[in-house]
Design a protein around this ligand. Sequence first.
Ligand code: AMP
Length: 127
Amino acid sequence: MVYSYDDTNIFARILRGEIPNKTVLETEHALAFHDIGPQAPVHVLVIPKGPYVNFDHFAAEASAEEIADFTRAAGEVCRIMGVGPGEGGQGYRAISNAGAHGVQEVPHYHLHILGGRVLGGMLKRAD
Ligand code: AMP
C-alpha cells in the first residue's frame, strides 16, 4: 500500500500551530477540536498527530501506542462532551470520510464525533 501525505493540509497546519483551533482534548498522539462548521450541537474532530491520510492508512501504519491513544482520546471526547451513553449521554455518531467516494475534504485522518440531537438514519441509497 502506498499512501501520500500532503503536509500543507489544514489539519497539519493546526498541528504545527500555524492556525488556531478550539481544543477539546490533547494527548500525546491525538488532538480533538471543535469543527469550524458544526453539523450538530456537538461536532468535534479527533485527529492523530502523525501524518496519516485516512482511516485505512492509520490502521495500517500507526503504532499500537498511537492507535490506543487515539481511540482512548476519542472515547474521552464523548465523555467530555456529555454524549456517551455509558456516562448518561444521549448518544453520538462517529464518522470518518475517506477519499473521493467518501467525500473527504481534508486529507489528514479525522474522526467526526457528532451529537446533541437526533442525527437521523444512516445513508439512503442513491442508485
Ligand atoms: P471531511 O469532509 O470529513 O474531510 O471533513 C472536514 C471537516 O473539517 C469539515 O467538517 C470542516 O468543517 C472541518 N474544518 C475545515 N477546516 C477547519 C478548521 N480550520 N477548524 C476546524 N474544522 C475545520
